[in-house]
Design a protein around this ligand. Structure first.
Ligand SMILES: [Zn+2]
Length: 331
């Protein structure tokens, strides 16, 4: 049975005390915070439908994906995380929104506010919570590039512009509910040669940041879909090389760069574990590897953190009818 990641729950109405409690310790964050005082409406309708807000993970780094779940409400909720609107979709017994923390966000706290009527047509109940934003500690590497930046020739510039357009089109799929029925899995299991968030500096200045996870691999070894979805790009790009992008719904995409061969076509539906291509070194790379990127709600986020999200908490032991702790040990 998989270890369940940290999650934290709030019931309506919540109070400001909560933010005082939220001081980032990972061990504590692994246990859901106790539900707070129940709203008057609860006594009329019983515990099992109590509006409940759950955040995964309980504390996150800038660059991590965040799953916001709302149960016990009668209509699609509206809400924000750190001021950014959330897009909810029906999910299991409630509603879920998938987003992330921008990589440039400062450590501290991010407020979550969600409103939805308990019963359709009634006044909305407001649920609030706080997400601890912890220092990511992304390592910094000095780029070993000699010489000056060289302006690419016009033909390369045109190609890169076409690539950017193709990526924009691929990432502009209509918002739809997720089409997967399992949690995410590694596209291949091997040594991570560069994690998400690695900062590359040049002459002491931040020149770029790594918005994917580099996974080692011999050329020709298979690359699998991290989850079910639809192929929205199967294309040879100048920098990313042969690239596959899979749209999973819910505003979530996974991308696979530098493939030696692409084994799928645009528009194809793929299942988790299905071969998308083979490891290669196409594009601007120094050696064969898979660059695995995850984009959610318009932001690149850490794929390793996506793997820790539990999209199916109701698969937890059946005893938890009252929205109790999902029970679970820290990973
Ligand atoms: Zn990479």
């Amino acid at each position: 049975m998989p270890a369940h990641p940290a999650r934290r729950k709030y019931s309506a109405p919540t109070c400001l005390l909560l933010s005082l409690l939220a001081v980032g310790a990972k061990a504590r964050a692994a246990e859901p915070t106790a539900a707070l005082a129940a709203p008057p409406v609860e006594s009329r309708t019983g515990r099992t439908t109590r509006p409940l807000l759950t955040l995964q993970p309980g504390s996150a780094r800038p660059g991590d994906p965040v799953l916001v779940e709302v149960r016990g409400v009668g209509e699609l909720p509206q809400g924000t995380l750190a001021g950014k609107p959330l897009r909810f979709f029906p999910w299991g017994e409630g509603f879920v929104a998938l987003t992330g923390l921008p990589v440039e966000m400062q450590a501290g706290q991010a407020a979550v506010t969600v409103a939805a009527p308990k019963v359709a047509g009634e006044l909305p109940v407001v649920l609030t919570g706080t997400l601890d934003v912890v220092e990511p500690g992304y390592p910094s590497r000095e780029l070993k590039v000699s010489g000056k930046y060289v302006e690419p020739p016009a033909s390369v510039k045109a190609r890169m512009a076409a690539d950017r357009k193709a990526f924009a089109v691929a990432f502009a799929q209509p918002f739809a509910a997720p089409m997967f029925s399992r949690n995410f899995a590694w596209p291949r299991q091997d040594r991570i040669t560069a994690p998400f968030g690695d900062k590359r500096t040049f002459n002491g200045k931040l020149s770029s940041q790594h918005f994917g996870v580099d996974i080692d691999g011999d050329p020709g070894t298979p690359v699998a879909a991290a989850n079910e979805g639809t192929v929205v790009m199967a294309r040879d790009n100048y920098s990313a090389g042969r690239t596959v992008i899979v749209h999973h719904g819910g505003g979530l995409y996974t991308s696979y760069f530098h493939l030696s061969r692409i084994l799928v076509k645009q528009g194809m539906k793929v299942k988790q574990g299905e071969r998308l291509g083979l490891v290669g070194s196409t594009g601007r790379v120094t050696g064969p590897h898979l660059h695995w990127g995850v984009k959610v709600d318009g932001m690149w986020v850490d794929g390793e953190s996506l793997l820790k999200l539990d999209f199916f908490p109701s698969s937890a032991p059946p005893a938890m009818a009252s929205g109790d702790s999902a029970g679970l040990a820290a990973p």
